[in-house]
Write a protein that binds this ligand. Structure first.
Ligand SMILES: Nc1ncnc2c1ncn2[C@@H]1O[C@H](COP(=O)(O)OS(=O)(=O)O)[C@@H](OP(=O)(O)O)[C@H]1O
Length: 493
């Protein structure tokens, strides 16, 4: 391993890791942070935000940060493995044939990464380097670079030890399951999912010239798998997702994604990319760059619940790949609306009451279906738009209620739909009485079980019975239509 190629990030006891600068930058760009000129550590950041009464924003940022960090830990391991490989096989750096070893642009990539390291971390001794979060006025602006840190030797050696163990564990896992071929992978894939060629470029934000590379120009997303030329290397490829959790907001989408991520054949982006609704103008290269690398046979996934209610999303996803599998986690639209309202209330405590927003006027008669918390629950209406672009068999409807009452049962259906072996089963779950939700049992070698964070499973405010009844009556015809469209009775009425 080329130690000089690593910065480290200190995020308190849980998140202290050495990171490759390329990965650090990816973390920052995934979080859409803009680098600025004042550095803070995450614990300082916590204090600062608490002082500024920005506790909620801080919690959200940090929980998002942790999600992205999970991804980064994986990617970091892979990079270490690559660097080791290059060190042991220097001749592979020269090869022009990707089938012979690493893709030809690798040496160039390594140079860029090392250059990045020198620029940002070079003046710090490697054991003192940490990721810095940038802060300006009342806003967290970015994270990047490295800065001296004292008394960190103990923490860093712990981090190195845990990373080494992780590395050994991953190596054993992949090799024992036959995924770790020493022979180079083939150039063409023939498996079921649509597959596109890939470039190993880092985020265009980090390397603005990456788009100009010959590798970047190989991208041709509109073609069929057979006509594209997927360039694969020993360490997997970044692919467009073959399956997306498109909705619904507050349906249980995070739980589903986290449950799926324990499957060895699923790799997913931790944060919501919001590509098909907010960032479409960034282009498909940008999107694919956000994806984790997958090995042959693994599925790439992402979840962005707002796609379900974004008119343009269906056509856009279809223009990427009309065979994309689409998962919709649905939940009783009344409870969903209250959950949505509760989330907004947490952010804006001065929000008017639920009922005053749910009714069109104070007469308390007509439901205001322009209020997003109500509108999102008109599942049949949104589905109508999706079915114009995708056939019914590409959708799987997951019951948000059953995901809580019978996670293993619902996960069985999801794995079947994705063509995966049923690996995630009841042995992975336990019901956490305090949380009131199923959580993942602690994986071997890990110190604690995994429940979703505080932003999931919030206590809902009490809503007057007559308002609930009125809303149920309002949704009834739409639910009925949705049961027909989905071929399932979710039992909300
Ligand atoms: N296992 C487990 N743990 C915690 N929470 C769980 C779980 N399974 C489903 N849920 C429900 O998920 C609801 C949040 O849904 P989403 O993850 O789709 O929300 S979001 O749209 O991404 O904000 C969240 O809604 P609220 O209870 O209203 O917070 C939960 O009810």
């Amino acid at each position: 391993m080329d130690d000089m190629s690593y910065c480290s990030f200190s995020g308190g006891e849980e998140y202290t890791h050495h990171f490759h600068p390329g990965v650090l930058w990816k973390v920052c760009s995934a979080l859409q942070f803009i680098p600025n000129n004042a550095g803070l550590y995450i614990d300082e950041l916590k204090t600062k935000m608490q002082e500024m009464h920005l506790r909620k924003e801080m919690e959200e940022r940090i929980s998002k940060f942790k999600e992205v960090m999970k991804e980064a830990v994986d990617e970091n391991l892979r990079l270490k493995y690559e660097l080791n490989f290059l060190k042991k096989n220097p001749s592979k750096q020269q090869t022009q044939d990707p089938q012979e070893g690493l893709a030809p642009h690798y040496p160039q990539q390594m140079r860029r990464r090392n250059q990045l390291f020198k620029e940002h971390c070079g003046h710090w001794r490697k054991e003192n380097a940490v990721l810095v979060l940038w802060f300006r006025e009342n806003q967290l602006m970015g994270c990047s670079g490295c800065r001296g840190r004292f008394n960190s030797g103990k923490v860093l050696s712990k981090a190195s030890l845990s990373l080494t163990m992780l590395l050994i564990f991953s190596y054993c896992f992949y090799c024992l399951s036959g995924l770790c071929n020493s022979a180079p992978r083939t150039l063409y894939r023939t498996d079921n999912f649509m597959d596109y060629d890939f470039t190993d470029e880092l985020s265009p934000r980090v390397f603005p010239d990456a788009h100009n590379s010959s590798d970047a120009q190989q991208v041709d997303v509109g073609r069929s798998p057979s006509s594209s030329l997927p360039v694969s290397n020993t360490f997997g490829a970044k692919r467009f997702p073959q399956a997306i959790i498109i909705g619904v907001k507050k349906g249980g989408t995070r739980a589903l994604l986290e449950f799926l991520r324990i499957h060895p054949d699923v790799r997913a982006v931790g944060a919501e990319p919001h590509f098909f609704d907010r960032f479409y103008d960034k282009g498909l290269d940008w999107y694919r760059n956000l994806m984790p690398r997958t090995l042959d046979g693994q599925i790439t996934m992402e979840k962005t619940p707002s796609y379900f209610v974004t008119k343009e999303a269906a056509a856009r996803i279809c223009s990427m790949n009309c065979q994309t599998k689409l998962i919709v986690v649905v939940r009783d639209p009344v409870t969903r609306a209250i959950s949505d309202y509760t989330q907004t209330l947490t952010k804006s405590p001065g929000l008017p009451s639920f009922q005053s927003l749910a009714y069109k006027n104070s007469s308390g008669e007509e439901i205001d279906d322009t209020w997003s918390a109500v509108r999102i629950g008109l599942y049949a209406k949104h589905m109508d738009n999706w079915l114009r672009h995708f056939p019914r068999n590409l959708f799987l409807f997951v019951s948000g209620e059953r995901l809580v009452s019978d996670p293993a049962g619902e996960m069985g259906r999801v794995q079947d739909f994705l063509g995966l072996k049923r690996v995630v089963s009841d042995k992975h779950f336990y019901f956490n009485e305090t949380k009131g939700f199923p959580c993942l049992k602690k994986p071997e070698g890990s110190s604690r079980p995994r429940c979703l964070g505080k932003s999931k499973g919030r206590t809902h405010p009490e809503i007057p019975t007559e308002v609930l009844q009125r809303l149920r009556q309002f949704y009834r015809p739409y639910n009925k239509l949705f049961y027909q469209m989905s071929g399932q009775n979710f039992g909300w009425d």
